[in-house]
Design a protein around this ligand. Structure first.
Ligand SMILES: [Cu+2]
Length: 161
């Protein structure tokens, strides 16, 4: 009997440790480059990478995109978005699929890191807005755990807008 399961687990633990580690070595070998990173801390979202001018997440339409979700709180948080509704995406890490009305997302346990991978939607408009929220702490307007995603056709196209 081969210990395939055992080695898979140690790889997963290593990946998690790297993901939760220092933010400085983002270009180091073995570390996945992501397009955006959202830190969940003190029951708020903090966009630590890939932030738009409007303090939302900036994405480019049609591009394969990775968003890292890091939960540093002691409670579970969710990243649920209208952008992911009816859209295939991959989860890397210990996340659970979450469905809400007209939105889909992932639940991230305390201290966990999950990477979401998907193709950013394409639209005829120059830019479109989508929203994201934690379905536990951000359901109401005015709650802290809500945010916006700005999708542009090309990088830098709306500078000045
Ligand atoms: Cu939450």
């Amino acid at each position: 009997m081969r210990h395939i399961v055992g080695s898979a687990v140690s790889v997963a633990v290593f990946a998690l440790a790297v993901g939760a580690g220092a933010q400085q070595d983002s270009k180091g070998p073995g570390r996945t480059q992501v397009d955006a990173e959202v830190l969940m801390k003190h029951k708020a979202f903090h966009i630590t990478q890939g932030e738009s001018d409007m303090r939302g997440i900036l994405l480019v339409s049609g591009e394969r995109t990775d968003i890292r979700l890091r939960n540093e709180d002691k409670v579970a948080h969710e990243f649920v978005s209208t952008m992911l509704y009816n859209r295939p995406f991959q989860l890397n890490g210990a996340g659970t699929l979450v469905r809400a009305p007209k939105a889909t997302g992932v639940r991230v346990g305390p201290g966990q890191t999950v990477v979401l991978s998907f193709d950013v939607p394409v639209d005829k408009k120059d830019y479109i807005f989508e929203v994201f929220w934690c379905n536990v702490h951000g359901k109401q307007h005015g709650d802290a755990m809500r945010g916006e995603i700005l999708i542009v056709n090309q990088r830098g196209e709306i500078s000045g807008g």
